[in-house]
Structure formats: C-alpha cells, structure tokens
Design a protein around this ligand. Structure first.
Ligand code: AQP
Length: 345
C-alpha cells in the first residue's frame, strides 16, 4: 500500500530561533501546509541532550518557539502543532529503534562529533542517541516528507536506514496480514531541502553554520531582534575586500559574500543569479543596506506577532495540548501496530 504523503518536522527549544531556522526550515514548513498534511513539533526531549536547561527557561522557550511557528505562518487549526514530551509514543518508539539501529551507524554521525567536541566522554547518552529519537519522531507518524536545513541530511539518511532495517527484520510479520503487501511498514522518508538558504552561515564566519549556541550574538539574526539590532548585525557582518560579483562563479571561495547573497535571495524568494544581476559591481556597503532593509521588512512583522502571541501563554498552552491530542490519535495506533509486529503482547 503506498503511503499517503505526510510531513513532519521539528525544532529544539534551546534558545531564540534565528534566520537559519527561519529560512532553512520554517518558510518551507509554511509552504507545505497548503499541499500536505503537516505535523510540526517543538522537540523538547531533544533540547536537554546537549546541555542542562534551566527548567523555567525551557518552559519559556517551548512557548516562544510555538509563538515563532505561529507568527511565521504555521496554522495550528490546519496543522498539528505540539511539544514532543506531551506525546510519549516518540520516546517509546525510540527504544524499539535503539534495538534496530547499529552502533556503527551512530558512530558516523557528524553532528554528535561536532557537538560533543573533545569532551566526548562527558557527552550525554541522549546526545549520542539523538538521531534515533529523531527517526522515531518522524516514523511514529509514518511521515513521508521532512523539510529541514542541509545540516540534517545525515540524520535523515539514518532514519531511512532504521526504517529499512525494521521493515526487513519484521518482513514476515509485516506481510502476514496482507495489509502491507509490499513489506513496507515504515516509509523511507524524503528530506525536503530546498532554496538558496538551506545552510545559512554565521555572520562572523562564513564557514560556520548560523547556530543558537554560538557564543557571539553578532553571528546570528534572532527572530526576536528589533530592527536596529538586525541592521547593526548586518552592517557588522564579515565580508571581504572585493565587491559584489556579477555571476555566481565570482562567489566561489568567498563564503561570507556567498552567505549574504544567499540570505538576500531567500528573503526575496529569488535566485542568487537574480540578486547578482541586480547588485553586480556594487560595494558591500550598498548591498548590506539593501539586505538590512529587506530583513527588517520581512522579520519585524513576524517579531511583532510573536510578541502579541507570547502575551497570552495560556492560549499557547491550549494550542499545544490540542495539538498533542491530535498527534497521539495518529501515533498511538502506529506504535501499537509496531509493538504487535515486534511480538509484544
Ligand atoms: N544555519 C542554518 N541554516 C539552515 N537551516 C538551519 N537549521 C538550523 N540551523 C540552520 C534548521 O532548523 C531546523 C531546526 O534546528 P534545531 O533548532 O532543531 O537544531 P539545530 O540544527 O541544532 O539548530 P542550531 O541553531 O544549530 O541549534 P543549537 O545551536 O542549539 O545546536 C532544522 O531543520 C535545521 O536543519
């Protein structure tokens, strides 16, 4: 039986969302709502993997991220929106997948290596196991499409490996009922990684991903930044001595220039080529001014809406509880069927 298309994605409530989260993932999420059934999650179980989170701040972050999703255009009536810890099926399926995934697969995950750094022995087991929980997040809904930034590509390949191994480990049980004649209980989901800003880089170092956990606030544009802060950060963004080239070949080996042009293109919903046709030959000072104006025009209405929503935390909590109930209605039967296939009574 072919799988009906279903979209799943999530973000960690580990601080302010930034332009990378917005352009790399959130804008795609909003677009996909009109064509797919979508489930968008605030992955709070993931948020405690890399470092200890202050409980008061974590609660606040969960609500802030919910407000950011809604302010960006996620419609909680049409789409299922909830926080992960409210749906225990994610963690339960992750345990089964812990017994499906192989140690060698996890040892290859570059995000763990980057996040654990040299202090690997001191990293939490949760950080190491993060990609298995992510596979469970997706497959507990048998989701087929996952809009993410480029940094998540390897985790999605692991999700496909887990689905494939589960389907093969339990092939006899899966085909026995006649319901899954093609032997596929879990789909091999497709990453949706599209657009000119699938990896937005730090404003201070064009070779590093823009990230919530970067020590320098100047490295990122937060979705909560006001217009003066956005303009100041763009003005201070690192560039090189040359101006804006007229063709994309002229961006090669110039990560900071490439990044700023990519951000402009994504905000304008244009290609990098079109941006270079407009600005080729200009100085960075001119380009940065236009970029700051565009970023302010795009982000300040979202920012204002986030503040409006955040003023009513009880309403955000209600939306998340409603979303969790709807999520459990889908995840519960899929987990029950998974347990039956495994042989649990
Ligand atoms: N710089 C980025 N460019 C494009 N997409 C990005 N994403 C994150 N950073 C960029 C995408 O945003 C989604 C949610 O990410 P996340 O918050 O769950 O975790 P992350 O990727 O670990 O984000 P950060 O900012 O780097 O957080 P910290 O610093 O806490 O680790 C994902 O789809 C991701 O691809």
């Amino acid at each position: 039986m072919p799988f009906s298309p279903r979209v799943f994605s999530g973000m960690q409530p580990t601080g302010n969302l930034h332009l990378g989260n917005y352009l790399g993932a959130l804008t795609r999420w909003v677009e996909m709502q009109s064509t797919h059934d979508c489930i968008y999650c605030i992955v709070d179980l993931h948020a405690i993997t890399a470092s200890w989170q202050d409980p008061m701040e974590l609660r606040q972050s969960i609500r802030d991220v919910a407000a950011a999703y809604i302010a960006s255009g996620v419609d909680p009536k049409q789409t299922i929106l909830f926080n992960q810890s409210k749906v225990p099926e994610h963690a339960e399926l992750a345990w089964i997948f812990n017994c499906t995934a192989r140690l060698g697969w996890l040892n290859r995950m570059t995000q763990f290596k980057e996040k654990a750094g040299k202090d690997r022995e001191n990293a939490s087991i949760g950080l190491y196991d993060y990609p298995v929980l992510m596979a469970a997040d997706i497959l507990v809904y048998r989701a087929t499409h996952v809009p993410v930034g480029d940094d998540q590509k390897q985790h999605l390949e692991l999700t496909r490996d887990i689905a494939q191994k589960f389907n093969s480990d339990y092939r006899a049980q899966i085909t026995e009922t006649g319901q899954y004649a093609d032997g596929q209980f879990f789909p091999l989901c497709e990453p949706v990684i599209m657009g000119p800003a699938t990896r937005v880089m730090s404003l201070r170092d064009g070779t590093k991903k823009m990230s919530k956990s970067d020590a320098s606030d100047l490295s990122r544009i937060n979705m909560t930044d006001d217009h003066d802060t956005i303009a100041k950060k763009i003005q201070k963004a690192k560039t090189d001595a040359d101006g804006i080239p007229s063709e994309t070949a002229g961006l090669a080996g110039r990560p900071e220039a490439d990044n700023l042009v990519g951000i402009y293109a994504a905000l304008k919903n244009a290609t990098k080529e079109a941006v270079l046709t407009e600005f080729g030959g200009a100085q960075f000072s001119t380009f940065k001014k236009a970029l700051a104006d565009l970023a302010v025009a795009k982000l300040t209405p979202v920012n204002a809406e986030m503040r409006r929503l955040s003023a009513d935390p009880a309403e955000i909590d209600r939306v998340l509880t409603d979303g969790a109930d709807r999520a459990r209605a889908i995840a519960g039967p899929i987990l029950s069927e998974t347990k039956r296939l495994v042989g649990f009574l």
